[in-house]
Write a protein that binds this ligand. Sequence first.
Ligand SMILES: CC(C)(COP(=O)(O)OP(=O)(O)OC[C@H]1O[C@@H](n2cnc3c(N)ncnc32)[C@H](O)[C@@H]1OP(=O)(O)O)[C@@H](O)C(=O)NCCC(=O)NCCS
Length: 238
Amino acid sequence: MFSGLKKDIYAVRDRDPAAPSAFKVLLLYSGLHAIMWHRPAYWLWNHGFKFTARALSQIVRFCTGVEIHPAAKIGRGVLIDHGSGVVIGETAEVGDNCTIYQGVTLGGTGKETGKRHPTLMNNVIVGAGAKVLGPFTVGEGAKIAANAVVLNAIPEYSTAVGVPARVVRQHGKKVVPAEKLDQVHIPDPVSQEICKLYMEIDRLKEELVEMKTEASLVKGRGTVEDGGGIPSDFTADS
Ligand SMILES: CC(C)(COP(=O)(O)OP(=O)(O)OC[C@H]1O[C@@H](n2cnc3c(N)ncnc32)[C@H](O)[C@@H]1OP(=O)(O)O)[C@@H](O)C(=O)NCCC(=O)NCCS
């Protein structure tokens, strides 16, 4: 238990540049207090003391501004920076070494039942004010930008920004967004079909000329070259 607490304290000290000593972190960081008190609440919830677990989580919310449902699974070394306004839903899962800033919601859309909240794999960063809504997975090492609203799964080691969030970086490389594609100079399907029809007509005309030539040869009435077979004024364009 104490080694777990040590990891949680070091997560703050290592990732928050403003963090003072481990002792001061233990005393002063509301995000850390929320996680510390979530551990016994989680235990109580899973041992049938659901009311007490909920009561404890509400007291912690009152003191820290962080509401973590007692059933939520929170990994080790998780940093909830600045605390206030964070909500983590019942079926949410937060992997090891994730960083969650103020104003983040790991919630449901209101449309699902059962697993309704997201799963964050290890080392995910969720920026201030971001809302991650739904029972999908945010891949390892992904970054959710401040104020993004994430409604779909995010691949590992990618960055998602905006409302609704879209992936703009993956494995450090820029992802070309759809709006940068040329959506003006697109082929006209009607003129393409007309072109195909013209080509087909030309091909049929050529076939007709060949057939008539062959027919006149068979009948022994000469060839196109010597003026027999087909009318002299017939051309492929007629
Ligand atoms: C998203 C973030 C993690 C940076 O991730 P990154 O992978 O390094 O991404 P980049 O900085 O290269 O930005 C990628 C693109 O997203 C854009 N972007 C970054 N953050 C954004 C945001 N919050 N909203 C909208 N667009 C954003 C960038 O302008 C850039 O656009 P471009 O491709 O047109 O140049 C960071 O911008 C962020 O939002 N961190 C949260 C920090 C926070 O909440 N701090 C609170 C402290 S109190």
